[in-house]
Design a protein around this ligand. Structure first.
Ligand code: KG4
Ligand code: ZN
Length: 335
């Protein structure tokens, strides 16, 4: 079964064709990073316009790459929640139009569940129940995953998402957008013990997260308590690398600790990860270390499948289709 997946929830326009929920036949991802870089974050209006301009071309490219015609598609899958409302509507409208024109089923997909499914595209041996950590620019959530399609939220961020913290700290340090990849790279040259930044664990056994205090702590550390940065000397590259490494370590400490707390609490048989921040090399290393220590398998999708892509959308749709979870044409886009 060939499913065409469409993803436009944030700032990537993506289309992919996946066979039987496993084989990625084609996957096209157009990132809007260069459009948003100047503003230090995603500008919804710009994102919507860019999706609208490119969606048809991206779908066409996915078909050309797969060497198939539109009428060979068996079903359409599209992310309808969560995301920027205007951006979601563009993908949803394209998908509904195709579903009507081709007379094929349509499957509405939860973006966060699709991030978790990225693991199933690459690994065969995942056992349930599993704990799934979804860490992206807009979300930081722990789920209890009972199967490929059933995910119960256990805890989430009460303020900034982990990726948002990376992006904001990058802006503070003058490193540009998106912040995650730059901080990841720079942190390799830094000393993660150089600055002791706060770790917000919240109440005992809480599976919620908070990153806004950490972001503010970096701001004050970098610019001084009066935020005026009276120190006229430009901070050295080493100093910035040390701050980046110390900040990253604080985020990773909390993510790893709470993920394995959840794994203990729910007797998980594995830990799944997903979302842009799951591409972070330090997070992946620390999760693997803990996995060895506790003998709980940890799965991290390859980098291209961590950040937003439509292959994970088409993949999850196959499982939902098998379970009879097909949508009517009246489903909505929900931010
Ligand atoms: O999942 P994603 O592509 O889009 C959303 O659904 O939000 O995640 C984007 C986020 C951005 O905040 C970006 O800075 C972060 O993922 N990110 C990273 C890394 N690569 C991307 N954060 C930390 N380390 C990375 N290597
Ligand atoms: Zn995402």
């Amino acid at each position: 079964m060939l499913i065409l997946g469409i993803e436009t929830s944030c700032d990537e326009t993506s289309a992919a064709i996946v066979k039987d929920g496993k084989e990625i036949v084609s996957s096209i991802i157009l990132s809007q990073d260069t459009l948003h870089r100047h503003f230090g974050g995603v500008v919804p209006e710009i994102a919507c316009r860019a999706h609208l301009e490119s969606i048809i071309g991206i779908i066409n490219n996915a078909l050309v790459d797969a060497n198939i015609q539109l009428n060979e598609i068996d079903a359409i899958a599209v992310v309808n929640t969560p995301g920027l409302i205007g951006a979601l509507l563009i993908g949803v409208t394209a998908a509904k139009t195709l579903s009507m024109a081709l007379d094929v089923p349509i499957i509405a997909i939860n973006h966060l569940h699709a991030h978790i499914y990225a693991n199933n595209l690459e690994y065969e041996d995942i056992q349930y129940p599993a704990i799934s950590l979804v860490v992206s620019g807009g979300h930081t959530i722990l789920f209890l995953s009972e199967s490929e399609t059933k995910h119960i939220p256990l805890g989430w961020t009460i303020d900034d998402a982990a990726g948002e913290a990376f992006d904001k700290v990058s802006k503070i340090l003058g490193l540009g957008y998106p912040g995650g990849p730059v901080i990841d790279r720079l942190a390799r040259q830094g000393n993660q013990r150089a600055v002791t930044f706060p770790r917000a664990y919240l109440e005992k056994d809480s599976l919620d997260f908070s990153f806004s205090g950490l972001k503010t702590a970096v701001l004050y550390h970098y610019r001084g308590q009066d935020l005026k940065n009276n120190d006229t000397t430009t901070p050295s590259d080493q100093k910035i690398a040390d701050i980046a490494a110390s900040f990253q370590e604080a985020v990773v400490d909390v993510l790893v600790e709470k993920t394995f707390l959840a794994s203990r609490m729910y007797n998980a048989r594995g830990v799944l990860t997903g979302g842009g921040v799951a591409a972070n090399s330090r997070l992946r290393q620390r999760l693997k270390d803990k996995s060895m220590e506790l003998s709980v398998p940890v799965y991290c999708p390859s980098i291209r499948l961590c950040t937003d892509n439509a292959a994970m959308v088409a993949g999850l749709a196959y499982k939902m289709y098998e379970e009879g979870d097909v949508s009517g044409l009246d489903f909505e886009a929900i931010p």
